[in-house]
Design a protein around this ligand. Structure first.
Ligand code: PEP
Ligand code: MG
Length: 898
């Protein structure tokens, strides 16, 4: 960085002819996403109300310095307010013709619903009269003032908004009104007086009347909200660093609530749920922006087609305000062409004139993201590489899961809005905390709320799906659910909830918390009970994008799988082989566990061999099935690596059962199990230590592998087994195990008069193995990085116990992310790099892969690309994610040219 931070501009004006050559004025990291796009829209000549942005750096400084505003910032903001005043020809706080502003947050990336907004700021007992005069509409002026008090009290002063809503309800009731629109100027005026009484009663001081005090209060509230609990939750869920801070945007107000020629709305340049190339949005006549998003009034459709499709009565904007709509459509095209991506737009029409309040790259479902990327590449708006880079690999997960079987019977209770696609069944929960608690104990839950708010984020995350009684397609519930990939049905007005009784009624049917409900987020249907599902269709846009990704990736993608079902699924998802077949998982089956326990608890080699003889045919059959399924693709089979405690019998019943199967007394078996007890099973008698001490176990497994391979080769395509030895830390261990495998292979080949190609390699999953990789490579033709154990042993953090404290470690910034989810590049990553370098130093063509859970994590995959691994291996559902992430990593590294 050149110069001190204090030399840099802290406030950037936009609109009203403001220009700035300073690249920081449009840099999202400095002025936030909203600020950068407002400046950009103003620059390309779109109608943007003038305003200014206070930088994210000032937010960070404010939070670090305990909530102080430096004199320099106060001066810069004063000047910027002057810019707005000059542009619109009104003065802030002028009793005759006041300038009013909005104050909004705007972080580097959009955080929907997370940060706070204040509208109509600058109104007080005097300026409200001026506004009434200049607008010629006293009702509008007093309505605006009461909205301001309500919002400011909630967002800035932290008062309970329920108090104000209650007062409004009482005022309406007293007058016998049903809707807000029936309120007259004097009704609003009386309500303002009531609001001020409430605020003063709660605060112990009057509601602020000085407009600059109002402004600084709002700026402080935006900055403070960066550190609010709900913002922290959102950041944690979305990996947003706490150090980014938010910018503040202060902008001249334009009014959508100035009568029937005014309106406000939100729109997308393409359909965010399906990706269809059609303008999509909602608007409200005579309303302010928050009315649309808050779901208080049910919004109208933007286009005539959408209204027709929904069979809705109220006119679309296209029909009701053709001129403003025409202008809006022109702006849509301009913005999409400019940003080369689907835009999410907020606009206001003030007495027939269109104003743009925001544009940003729109959030979309995975399905829509794929369709838009493929379509836009077809339209020539973007190229194939951009299309690949545009899809969040993790979002593909939404498409890989089952949808409702169209043939299955459905007991449809009601139909709401199809706010976020996918299907989900689960038990009804009525609040976010219950959702989290029930989900925590393994229950699938559906969160049912009147409407959601940012306080519900943790519950939405814990739930399989979300159902709301109120709110449109752009309500908080809809936007957040789409972002999270949760299915959501919103605005199901037939749902009424009794929170006290923990019951609900849907279109006349009574239900209670705990009852099972199914949601179809693609049609909006809400169904009683569970509905059968079917596997997803992976052709179409999905197939096209995957093809493009495969063209651009360098690394191979394999799967971690040990059952034929998983193998088949992984192959259908594009797996090119098995990167890890955990053979101990093949023993979990109830029919085998007894023989395994017999083997573990045997007193001597003879006892073990007896049990192994029972397991051999089963293992052979398993391997033969896997080889057939994988049809000649490479299969890495890892020899037994069980922490023994996972297999020992638990409780009297299991011991009794085993006693019966083995003929040993239960007491004898219990004594033997006690002898085998380990304090640290993860660091105990597992991995190749088992093969070194009891070679007959690995010998049986190697025999099963080679016999199966010979059998399958005799019938068709020869498999390519890659025998992998776990938990190696020295060359000698591998030397011993490799000799055992080679010896067994030779014996089988002689018996069968056949020969097949195979490899012997090792996992690198202990720090010592990484460091000794040069020597170990003398014995190994491949390495597979077992980053689960490598993380556990490098960090000294138990895989099984980390849950208790890792959350706090991530919250407090010790780890940027859970190191078991995303590889610790600095520590574990360095060991991987060392092993790659030393392994290749010994054996230049050594095959290198990764099979820890990190093999399905996009950030870790990018790291694997960087260090030059040959392939990644991921669980079946992660295979498409890995294919796309590998392509993106190659493209970003400049190596993905087809
Ligand atoms: C690993 O340790 O990363 C690994 C893949 O093996 P497991 O998870 O079976 O210990
Ligand atoms: Mg391991």
């Amino acid at each position: 960085m050149t110069g001190k931070v204090s030399d840099l501009q802290t406030v950037y004006p936009f609109g009203g002819g403001a220009t700035s050559g300073d690249p920081r004025a449009k840099d999202k990291t400095i002025v936030g996403g909203k600020g950068a796009n407002l400046a950009e829209m103003a620059d390309i000549g779109l109608p943007v109300p003038p305003g200014f942005t206070i930088t994210t750096e000032e937010c960070v400084r404010y939070l670090n310095e305990g909530g102080e505003f430096p004199a320099e910032l106060r001066r810069a903001v004063g000047e910027a307010v002057g810019h707005i005043e000059r542009s619109v020809g009104k003065r802030f706080g002028d009793a005759n013709d006041p300038l009013l502003v909005s104050v909004r947050s705007g972080a580097r990336v959009s955080m929907p619903g997370m940060m706070d907004t204040v509208l109509n700021l600058g109104l007080n007992d005097e300026t409200v009269e001026g506004l009434a005069k200049t607008s010629g509409d006293a009702r509008f002026a007093w309505d605006s003032y009461r909205r301001f008090i309500q919002m400011y009290s909630d967002v800035v002063l932290g008062l309970d908004h329920g108090l104000f809503e209650e007062a409004l309800e009482i005022a309406k009731e007293d007058k016998g009104y049903y809707a807000d629109t029936e309120m007259e100027a004097e009704d609003w005026q009386a309500l303002v007086a009531e609001y001020r009484r409430i605020a003063e009663g709660e605060l112990g001081r009057p509601f602020p009347q000085t407009v600059t005090e109002q402004l600084w209060g709002a700026i402080a509230a935006v900055f403070d909200s960066w550190d609010s609990d709900r913002a922290k939750v959102y950041r944690r869920l979305n990996d947003i660093p706490a150090g980014w801070g938010t910018a503040v945007n202060v902008q001249a107000m334009v009014f959508g609530n100035m009568g029937d020629t005014s309106a406000t709305g939100v729109a997308f340049t393409r359909d965010p749920a399906t990706g269809e190339r059609a303008y999509y949005g909602e608007w409200l006549v005579n309303a302010q922006g928050e009315d649309v998003v808050a779901g208080i009034r049910t919004p109208q459709y933007l286009t005539r087609t959408a209204r027709d499709r929904a069979g809705a009565k109220p006119l679309s904007m296209e029909e009701a305000m053709p001129d403003a709509y025409g202008e809006l459509a022109r702006v849509f095209d301009l913005l999409e062409g400019h940003y080369r991506d689907m835009q999410d737009i907020e606009f206001t029409v003030e007495r027939g004139k269109l104003w743009m309040l925001q544009t940003r790259t729109g959030k979309r479902t995975a399905k829509a993201a794929l369709k838009m990327a493929v379509d836009m590449a077809g339209e020539g708006l973007i190229d194939e590489k951009t299309a690949i880079l545009r899809i969040d690999p993790m979002a593909l997960d939404q498409l890989l899961h089952p949808t409702l079987d169209p043939e299955a019977p459905r007991d449809v209770l009601t139909t709401g809005l199809p706010a976020s696609p996918g299907a989900a069944s689960g038990r009804i929960v009525l609040d976010a905390d219950t959702a989290e608690t029930w989900a925590g104990r393994g229950e699938k839950v559906i969160l049912v709320r009147v409407e959601t708010s940012p306080e519900d984020i943790h519950g939405m995350h814990a739930a399989q799906g979300i159902l709301t009684a109120r709110g449109g397609m752009t309500s908080h519930a809809a936007v957040v659910a789409r972002g999270m990939g949760r299915c959501c049905v919103s605005g199901a007005s037939a749902v009424s909830i009794d929170l006290k009784a923990r019951t609900l009624r849907i279109a006349g049917r009574d239900l209670a918390e705990g009852d099972v409900l199914t949601l179809d987020g693609s049609t909006g249907q809400v169904m009683a009970g569970e509905v059968a599902t079917i596997e997803p269709e992976l052709a179409g846009d999905f197939g096209t994008l995957m093809e493009w990704a495969d063209r651009h990736r360098r690394m191979g993608v394999r799967t971690n799988a040990e059952t034929p079902v998983d193998c088949r699924m992984a192959v259908s998802f594009g797996a090119e082989g098995i990167g890890l077949c955990r053979t101990e998982h093949m023993f979990f089956d109830a029919s085998r566990i007894s023989a395994v326990r017999q083997m573990i608890l045997a007193e001597d080699e003879a006892g073990r061999r007896k049990a192994l003889a029972l397991l051999l045919p089963e293992q052979r059959a398993d391997f033969a099935e896997i080889f057939c399924t994988m049809a000649g693709r490479p299969c890495t089979i890892r020899l037994l690596d069980p922490p023994l405690h996972e297999f020992l019998p638990q409780g009297d019943a299991e011991f009794e059962e085993l006693a019966e199967a083995t003929g040993f007394g239960a007491d004898h078996l219990k004594r033997r199990a006690a002898e085998l007890h380990e304090f640290n099973p993860m660091l105990g008698h597992r991995g190749c230590r088992l093969g070194i001490t009891y070679p007959e176990i690995y010998e049986m497994q190697a025999r099963a592998i080679f016999e199966a391979a010979c059998d399958v080769a005799a019938d068709g395509e020869a498999p390519v087994p890659e025998v992998m030895i776990p938990l190696v830390s020295s060359k000698r261990e591998l030397e011993l195990m490799r000799a055992l495998v080679d010896r067994t292979a030779e014996a089988v080949f002689t018996e069968r008069s056949a020969r097949i190609d195979y490899l012997v390699g090792t996992m690198i999953e202990l720090p010592r193995a990484a460091l000794m990789a040069g020597e170990i490579a003398e014995e190994a033709t491949f390495f597979s990085f077992g980053t689960n154990d490598l993380t556990q042993t490098t960090l000294g953090v138990s895989r099984d116990d980390a849950g208790r404290f890792l959350g706090a470690y991530v919250d407090k910034g010790v780890f940027a992310r859970d190191p078991f989810v995303s590889i610790d590049i600095d520590g574990v990553g360095e060991l991987v790099e060392i092993a790659v370098e030393r392994g290749r130093g010994t054996r230049s063509d050594i095959k290198l892969g990764i099979c820890g859970e990190h093999g399905g994590d996009p950030a870790s995959i990018a790291f694997c690309e960087k260090v030059g691994l040959d392939y990644v291996s991921a669980s079946p559902y992660r295979v498409p994610i890995a294919r796309l992430a590998a392509a993106q990593a190659a493209l970003r590294a400049g190596a993905g040219d087809a």
